[in-house]
Design a protein around this ligand. Structure first.
Ligand SMILES: Cc1cc2nc3c(=O)[nH]c(=O)nc-3n(C[C@H](O)[C@H](O)[C@H](O)COP(=O)(O)OP(=O)(O)OC[C@H]3O[C@@H](n4cnc5c(N)ncnc54)[C@H](O)[C@@H]3O)c2cc1C
Length: 407
């Protein structure tokens, strides 16, 4: 194999996280390469105008205010919001088994919105648009098939037989990161024994710019508001996380039966479900790398951690990684340090591990609290939610956490 190109920093994986990181680091003046296994053409194809449920991409993300800020600093938030997106001003969470209900309102926080729902592909598309005119060398349509190290030199091998070298390789290759495995960073992981059913629905009533989430002992159901180009407020993306057996049963139902179970599960908060798109299901697994860095190597995004989608924080944690690694590498550059300087990577790891772990622990606590049906827990949920709902400062603190404003 011949080495064809050497970079300061090579980012592997051009998803929502890796492409943002590559763009930001290149703007700092580093020589950056980005390798993405899929074809760029597929990533930048415009989304069709939304006239029905099937026009929306099934994977969407609730982008926090902090992540919006990062994307704005990269100069791409304006192109994202020039397309389809839905800011939400309210969030209502309730216990399907009781009377507890909590309501968050952006106005109480003097904010315009609690977050924005965006189709994942729209974010990747905007990032690749910006990459086109950046100094990042984008190598797409070719998979990374290996990792090499030779003394202080390191890099990756590509499926086409080429070899690339870099001072620092950053893995943003997703939850099943092959690079993380090749480099030998172990993870702590366990199966939630749940699957998330994802699809788009049209409802009889407007979503009222509210993210709805109902908890039941078999898992949470979220209705995330979407907006068409013409301003139609009757579409939502649903994420219905259920115990695996129950999820399989729901996936096997025909359209009419699925719709009637869905209406019952959301307690008809938005009236009838008028139509539903094709359904997709994703197995849910919690993973956390025991270390985020190794000599000349770092993990970001889902390659470092995956969490339950119940609070819609996975990509937001990834953008937190991007912000921290950018900050540390910017400081390194201004001091004339190598991007793989161990102290720089250690600082990145210190900043991110604690915060990601705290969020993962909170999600786990939430999931356990709602998964159990013992009377004292049900009482705690109901009283706790009502108590919290009336407790301004604590509730505001929780909302600010979810918006990423306390980091
Ligand atoms: C049902 C569900 C709902 C969610 N909702 C939310 C939400 O509301 N808000 C939120 O913040 N998060 C949410 N998340 C989490 C969010 O989707 C992920 O955290 C995010 O997509 C991770 O992005 P990433 O770029 O790290 O990884 P990925 O999106 O997995 O990207 C990895 C990239 O690496 C490329 N790649 C992989 N292997 C190779 C290789 N060998 N060579 C070259 N390229 C490679 C892939 O092609 C891909 O483009 C949700 C997750 C699920 C499952």
């Amino acid at each position: 194999m011949s080495e064809i190109r050497t970079f300061d920093i090579l980012v592997v994986g051009g998803g929502m996280i890796g492409s943002a990181l590559a763009l930001g680091l290149s703007r700092q003046g580093w020589q950056v390469g980005l390798v993405e296994g899929s074809d760029r053409g597929a990533l930048v194809t415009p989304l069709p105008p939304a006239t029905g449920v099937d026009a929306f991409e099934p994977r969407v993300s609730a982008i926090s205010v902090a992540s919006q800020q990062l994307l704005d600093d990269l100069g791409i938030w304006s192109s994202i919001v020039a397309g389809r997106h839905c800011p939400y001003q309210n969030m209502t969470v309730w216990d399907g088994d009781g009377t507890g209900r909590i309501h968050f309102d952006a106005a109480e926080l003097q904010a315009d919105a609690l977050g924005t729902i965006v189709e994942n592909r729209a974010i990747v598309r905007a990032l690749f648009g910006a990459l086109e005119t950046s100094d990042v060398e984008v190598i797409d349509g070719v998979k990374v098939t290996g990792w090499w190290q030779d003394g202080d030199r390191r890099g990756i091998e590509l499926a086409d037989g080429h070899r690339l070298g870099a001072e620092l390789v950053v893995a943003a290759d997703g939850a099943n990161s092959r690079l993380r495995q090749w480099v030998g960073l172990p993870t702590r992981e366990w199966d939630y024994d749940q699957q998330a059913i994802v699809c788009t629905v049209q409802t009889a009533q407007s979503h009222r710019f509210t993210a709805w989430q109902r908890f039941s002992p078999t898992g949470p159901l979220a209705f995330l508001p979407l907006l068409t180009e013409s301003g139609d407020e009757h579409f939502c993306s649903i994420v219905w996380s259920q115990d695996t057996e129950e999820a399989r049963r729901l996936m096997a139902l025909d359209g009419d039966h699925f719709v009637s179970e869905l209406e019952a599960a959301i307690e008809r908060e938005l009236g009838a479900v008028v139509s539903v798109s094709r359904r997709f299901s994703f197995p849910l697994r919690q993973r956390h790398a025991k270390a985020y860095v190794a000599p000349g190597f770092a993990l970001v995004g889902d390659a470092a951690h995956t969490i339950h989608p119940l609070a819609g924080q996975g990509a937001n944690l990834g953008y937190g990684d991007v912000r921290a690694l950018q900050d540390e590498l910017s400081r390194a550059r201004s001091r004339g340090l190598n991007p793989a300087e161990p102290l720089v990577l250690a600082r990145y790891q210190r900043r991110r591990k604690a915060e990601n772990l705290a969020m993962m622990a909170a999600m786990e606590g939430f999931k356990q609290l709602f998964a159990r049906d013992e009377l004292p827990l049900r009482w705690l949920r109901n009283t706790g939610m009502r108590w919290l709902d009336g407790l301004g400062p604590v509730k505001h603190r929780l909302a600010a956490e979810a918006m990423g404003l306390t980091r």
